[in-house]
Design a protein around this ligand. Structure first.
Ligand SMILES: [Zn+2]
Length: 235
């Protein structure tokens, strides 16, 4: 699910977007209500020159489409990997420009981060992401008014694989995910460490044997009767 829009429009939206009263409703997605055995694999913090291509190979071998939440600065370093992700049919979402804590930025700083990162996607893919996953899964509650003109949803997660914890082995990451799986789950990974690359094929094999099918975030939302919201609180 993507939309084409000019950068001028990006700037225009930024200039008119101002805080107002908006309901949380379905804007924050942590999982989707469905009885179908489907789940979304999501990968944050790429493109990574060491691991993203290894992961793409695994996904291709298993005929799975996933969703990648990418950092603008990382895309600038390796735009060819973003293009490969897109060409291989995966979904791409925004994960900020520099992985700053967006809840610490000023309103202007936040708008600049969104514009800068969205423009990088537009530069290389000629389309804009409609989903964002803020770093650390957190934004200031009232800042959702700033995000809403740009994104259909803020995507969080149901199952945190904790693949970023160095003391967890690939087997432990696999166990964590397999123990917690349920229909409509969004699983959080990072394609920035070797444990993920070892754990993901194990997880795919195990969940496939349980009858699970893997879909992109757009497909998951489409399949869900209701979306659950949300885990973001003001802090
Ligand atoms: Zn991240």
């Amino acid at each position: 699910m993507t939309c084409k829009i000019s950068f001028i429009k990006v700037l225009l939206i930024l200039s008119i977007a101002s805080p107002g009263i908006l309901s949380a409703s379905d804007f924050f997605i942590t999982s989707v209500d469905t009885t179908k055995k489907i789940a979304a694999l999501t990968f944050d913090d790429g493109p990574n020159i060491y691991y993203t291509r290894k992961l793409l190979k695994i996904l291709k071998k298993n005929n799975i489409k996933a969703t990648f939440f990418l950092i603008g600065k990382q895309i600038e370093r390796s735009p060819e990997i973003l293009i490969q992700i897109d060409e291989e049919g995966h979904e791409t979402g925004n994960h900020s420009y520099a992985h700053d804590r967006l809840y610490n930025l000023s309103e202007t700083g936040l708008k600049e981060d969104i514009a800068k990162s969205q423009y990088i996607f537009y530069t290389y893919l000629d389309k804009l992401p409609v989903f964002i996953r803020p770093p650390y899964g957190k934004i200031r509650w009232h800042d959702q008014n700033i995000f809403k003109p740009y994104f259909d949803n803020i995507i969080l997660w149901t199952i945190d694989s904790r693949d970023y914890k160095k003391h967890l082995t690939a087997d432990q990451i696999t166990e964590r995910v397999v123990e917690r799986i349920h229909p409509g789950a969004i699983i959080l990974f990072h394609d920035s460490n070797p444990r993920t690359i070892t754990a993901v094929p194990q997880i795919i094999n195990e969940l496939k044997s349980q009858g699970y099918r893997f879909v992109t975030i757009s497909e998951l939302i489409e399949a869900g009767a209701n979306k659950n919201s949300n885990i973001c609180e003001e802090f």
